[in-house]
Design a protein around this ligand. Structure first.
Ligand code: CA
Length: 223
């Protein structure tokens, strides 16, 4: 697994590099946005970790440039606590996940692993989070190898959650993507369906994949 780290703060960059190398990933570090875009377009990376505040070219432009060139490598963006707007713009521009500085290195490693799994899965079209596997071609869902029967709406909700694993999905986002309707009066329906899904996916299992984010929505992620 090859990782490109685009980060101009030398201390942060070497901290990330060391941690990733300890996990046996191959790591390239770049301290300039323009150079980073070039590397990201031409190198074959499995993950790009991208700081948003960069000399040369702002991180958001690096990201847009990569997606414009159809580089599908998962991108994890790093933002400062105060940059809520940047975070949203980053996700809108095609980032797969974000971390707010300062972060714990364990969290960065966990997110990197989740993004690798997704990146690998997408080559075959199969989505996998932890031991939960969804095959969009056959609409078959298994957890730990056991087949799980879902209704059409449950399936649509699960596929949406899995395609955006690790990201918090708000109720309005879920309504728009799964029900294709406006949010008004739908909030209870989502909670009901999430509960149906939980019963089938998580009940009786040690690792609960569907998590509630209080005041925001839901996230499906490996724990
Ligand atoms: Ca920076």
């Amino acid at each position: 697994m090859r990782v490109l780290v685009i980060e101009d703060e030398a201390k942060v960059a070497s901290f990330i590099r060391r941690a990733l190398e300890e996990e046996s990933y191959a790591v390239d570090v770049c301290d300039d946005g323009a150079k980073g875009l070039d590397l990201g377009q031409n190198g074959s990376y499995d993950l790009i970790i991208l700081d948003l505040m960069l000399p040369g070219l702002p991180g958001i432009e690096v990201l847009k440039g990569l997606r414009k060139e159809k580089v599908q490598t998962p991108v994890l963006i790093l933002t400062a606590r105060s940059q809520v707007e940047q975070k949203v713009r980053g996700l809108d521009a095609g980032a797969d996940d974000y971390l707010t500085k300062p972060f714990a290195i364990e969290e960065l490693l966990a997110r990197a692993r989740a993004l690798f799994r997704r990146g690998v899965g997408e080559v075959t079209g199969i989505l996998q989070v932890d031991d939960l596997v969804l095959n969009p071609a056959t609409r078959e869902v298994t957890r730990g190898g056991q087949r799980i029967e879902l209704t059409a709406k449950e399936y649509a909700l699960l596929e949406y959650l899995m395609r955006h694993a690790g990201r918090v999905l708000t109720r309005p986002m879920i309504v728009e993507h799964v029900w294709n309707m406006d949010f008004d009066s739908f909030t209870n329906v989502i909670d009901v369906y999430v509960n149906y899904l939980r019963n089938k996916i998580d009940r009786g299992r040690e690792r609960k994949l569907i998590q509630t984010v209080r005041g925001s929505g839901y996230v499906l992620r490996a724990v």
